[in-house]
Design a protein around this ligand. Sequence first.
Ligand SMILES: O=C(CO)COP(=O)(O)O
Length: 261
Amino acid sequence: MARLPLIAGNWKMNLNHLEAIALTQKIAFSLPEKYFAKVEVTVLPPFVDLRSVQTLCDGDKLLLKYGAQDLSPHDSGAYTGDVSGAMLAKLGCSYVVVGHSERREYHAEDDDLVNRKVRAALKHGVTPILCVGEKIEVREQGEHVGHCNNQLIAALKGLKAEQVSNVVVAYEPVWAIGTGKVATSADAQEVCAALRAALAEKYGAEVADSVRILYGGSVKSGNISELVKQRDIDGALVGGASLDGDEFSKLCALAAGGPLP
Ligand SMILES: O=C(CO)COP(=O)(O)O
């Protein structure tokens, strides 16, 4: 099955709402419409920027999508500081990142919470981009494949096969995030293929074939082409390089097979 590549720009805790408007405009107008037939592009700004980005995307009927970096596992109520899947859905968010290693590390998110967040996203019709990935010591012990597969299966616990089809998976080795140390495309392919095999074993080949698996970790315009050439890599979750409009547009155009805008 042909899977449409997805390039997702995770802005992390960068850019206020005015800067968000400027960057969104830059990306949308750098990438002519024809590219969007070959690659899906989403920005993932901080919560406070989302309303501005939504207004811009709706008003100008942009093909660019947008989403959030986290959500609450709850629907509503006394959860100070949290944002629900229903709120994100109402704002037209297509995607939400779940289980990013920075949230696992700095907010002590465990597999159970990640699973509840995946379910909350699906319940409200927002596609979760579920992140898995190993720390350097796990890779050095040669246990990266098993580690990532375990994170994947735990995060999907209790879901039906048809729900799993609506999940995007992102393999982000922790040692490659923000370090400039990109995994080789063969290393990335190894884990992405193993994740797809784990999905096939548990949910069947059809579901496994339909799920998009992204790579994330120091992706830029210089390495995207090699990564998306890999059989099981269907795009990228991009951090640093998504904050530069020219660089991100170039990266998206290359993922679409070019030419550069
Ligand atoms: O964490 C990432 C995306 O979610 C990757 O970040 P960098 O692209 O900055 O390495």
